[in-house]
Design a protein around this ligand. Structure first.
Ligand SMILES: NC(=O)c1ccc[n+]([C@@H]2O[C@H](COP(=O)([O-])OP(=O)(O)OC[C@H]3O[C@@H](n4cnc5c(N)ncnc54)[C@H](OP(=O)(O)O)[C@@H]3O)[C@@H](O)[C@H]2O)c1
Length: 278
């Protein structure tokens, strides 16, 4: 099995890659910094005896993501798992060179672009898409016509929640297109995530709440390798099991509007689902 894992230079992604490699799978580590990827690849090689491949792209750039997709299609005849795990939480509003709010581009727009460009290969491999979402999706109130919150109040956590709501909606929309897509909440995880956030610091200080990345990586590995990743297509997992989602996390109409808006923003043409969920 070949698993492409974004955000594999640290945290949950690096831990999931190591587990998969130890279990005998081929992993491709995707990140923005070559040196950090090489360090993780070295560690995984030492632990598993298998040297993972690496590929770079900064998700603040559609050009880099497009180049990454072409590179992966060139290198791999099959992609069994695409793990969309890269993500950021920024406490200040910043726009990318492509003109989008940074969290929205890194957490939603670029993963959507990468997934779309790799989708035929994933489908031909009867593969899966697994996305690291978050319980934050429950508080998402995204507007497909204003994903950057340019016309609404921008607050860091509100915007982050919108990006994670987008992850759950796109997971549902992918399932309606016949793709074995799932997403999950990893828990509150002791990683480099949200370094400037006081809220995150407070969560980390709650005794017994934060878990190590190795534990948080388990649902990703589970959905990538077990039947749950196919039989629960479209579902949001929490605590390792399918979990109730809010209407705004799965609403089919909202998901399709978001899909079309995102396809337009990323320069892709839209594809309607060929089979509706029953
Ligand atoms: N930690 C938590 O409590 C928590 C809770 C719920 C959900 N999550 C989600 O879990 C996922 C992984 O986060 P983590 O906790 O493992 O945090 P992390 O240790 O900070 O890892 C984030 C990964 O995303 C990559 N990344 C960040 N910005 C990028 C960009 N512009 N282009 C390409 N890659 C980029 C990072 O690369 P660099 O090494 O180059 O920075 C890193 O590999 C995220 O999607 C996050 O939203 C985390």
């Amino acid at each position: 099995m070949i698993a492409v894992i974004t955000g594999a230079s640290a945290g949950i992604g690096a831990a999931a890659a190591e587990r998969l490699a130890r279990d005998g799978h081929e992993v491709v580590l995707v990140g923005r910094a070559r040196a950090r990827l090489d360090a993780v690849a070295e560690r995984i090689a030492h632990a598993s005896g298998r040297h993972p491949a690496v590929a770079t792209a900064d998700f603040t750039s559609f050009e880099e993501v497009t180049r990454l997709a072409a590179d992966l299609l060139d290198r791999y005849e099959r992609i069994d798992v695409l793990a969309n795990n890269a993500g950021v939480m920024c406490t200040k509003k910043r726009m990318t060179a492509d003109g989008h709010e940074t969290m929205m581009q890194v957490n939603h727009l670029s993963p959507f672009l990468l997934t779309s460009l790799l989708l035929d290969r994933v489908k031909a491999s009867e593969g899966r898409v697994v996305t690291t979402a978050s319980g934050a999706a429950r508080s998402g109130r995204l507007d497909p016509a204003d994903l950057d919150r340019s016309r609404r109040r921008w607050m860091a956590w509100l915007q982050y929640c919108d990006t994670k709501q987008a992850n759950t909606l796109i997971t549902a929309a992918l399932a309606r297109r016949g793709v074995a897509a799932t997403c999950f909440h990893p828990g509150v995880v002791r990683t480099a995530f949200a370094p400037g956030s006081l809220y995150m610091k407070l969560l980390m200080a709650v005794p017994g709440l934060a878990i190590p990345p190795e534990q948080a990586a388990r649902p990703l590995v589970h959905l990538a390798t077990t039947i749950d990743g196919t039989r629960h297509a479209g579902r949001y997992f929490a605590g390792g099991v399918p979990a109730p989602a809010t209407r705004l996390m799965t609403d089919p109409g909202l998901a399709e509007t978001l899909w079309e808006a995102t396809a337009a923003l990323t320069g892709l043409s839209t594809e309607k689902p060929s089979r509706e969920e029953s």
